[in-house]
Design a protein around this ligand. Structure first.
Ligand code: PRT
Ligand code: ZN
Length: 283
């Protein structure tokens, strides 16, 4: 049995639960429960505040955890990370009041900066040779400049609308973050084996999410052009159609390239393009 800690309720919760479910692991979760056991994998899930997860995994109270790199690094345990999970992407940024002049990090010399991330920010400023007064506050950092508490803030940004709404301007990216799987560094052999199984499944789910299965018909004489656009995993599958001079092509495309490639496929004569989600992708 291996014990995984995830955020009880917040920005990481839903994506953490769906990742576990997409790994084929079933469990019953309720908002009132603090832990649950999977029915088809030797896994126990603990529901905690995200800030507590790194420490619990470091101490071995939980074997594994899912948490943002921002929280992990701020807690001082970056070495616990074993796998980036690709969700909850955000950045930790410095921001100043919109009309405050700003030419570079040296402008922060001697200034007051409000943040919930004194460790990460402190290291960043030291790297820039800047000395500033850090005020550690745990929430609503973005109002600090307008109430006169600080001249700058350092906080998590995703769309940027919170900064905008508070009259602030993002001036430096201090740290980029996403959700990661973390593990205690002294797992038993049995738990290491379960961790390896979980990572294998998580990688298959992530790979599948990033790719689409594509099927299309093309005139046989444009096959070379189609193949060049669709390298596939090894090479595309090509089968003749009942109609002479036409072939059916099947392949896998990366989601990021997908719209661009379908446009080019149409331009070389492809028709009846179907795109399907992939459930799991094992390399
Ligand atoms: O209760 P608990 O302590 O468990 O949760 P929490 O309130 O501390 O954390 P939560 O749920 O807000 O965030 C969990 C994790 O999600 C963070 O540690 C980040 O890794 C990640 N994440 C991703 C974010 C954001 N995006 C985000 N936008 N965390 C916070 N924000 C906040 C930010 O603090 C600011 O107030 O959203 C606002 C900015 O958003 P935009 O879109 O307006 O820029
Ligand atoms: Zn928190």
């Amino acid at each position: 049995m291996i014990r995984l800690a995830i955020q009880k309720s917040g920005r990481l919760s839903e994506d953490s639960l769906s990742l576990i479910r997409e790994c084929g692991i079933s469990f019953v979760s309720s908002t009132y429960k603090l832990k649950t056991e999977a029915t088809n994998f030797p896994l126990e899930i603990l529901f905690l505040r995200d800030d507590d997860i790194p420490g619990y995994v470091q101490d071995g109270v939980a074997d594994l955890g899912i948490v943002g790199q921002n929280v992990l690094v701020e807690a001082g345990f970056p070495d616990l990370e074993v796998e980036a999970l690709g969700f909850s992407k955000c950045r930790l940024s410095l921001a100043v009041l919109r009309n405050q002049p700003y030419a570079g990090a040296q402008d922060l010399q001697g200034k007051n900066i409000a943040t919930s991330y004194p460790q990460i920010l402190g290291r960043y400023l030291a790297g820039q040779g800047v000395q500033a007064n850090l005020h550690t506050i745990s929430g609503s950092v973005e109002i600090a400049p307008s109430i006169g508490l600080a001249e700058a803030i350092c906080d998590i940004v995703s769309s940027g609308s919170t900064l905008l709404g508070n009259g602030l301007r993002e001036v430096e990216t201090v740290f980029r973050s996403e959700a990661v799987l973390i593990a205690n560094q002294e797992l038993s052999a049995e738990k290491q084996d379960l961790l390896a199984q979980l990572r294998f499944r998580m990688q298959a789910v992530r790979r599948a999410r990033r790719n689409k299965y594509i099927l299309l018909n093309a005139p046989a004489d444009s096959l070379e052009a189609v193949k060049a656009l669709l390298p596939g995993i090894k090479s595309p599958t090509v089968t003749p159609l009942a109609e002479p001079g036409w072939v059916s092509v099947q392949s896998v495309v990366n989601e990021d390239d997908f719209w661009h490639i379908t446009g080019q496929l149409k331009a070389v004569g492809a028709e009846g393009i179907l795109v399907l989600p992939i459930e799991k992708m094992i390399s």
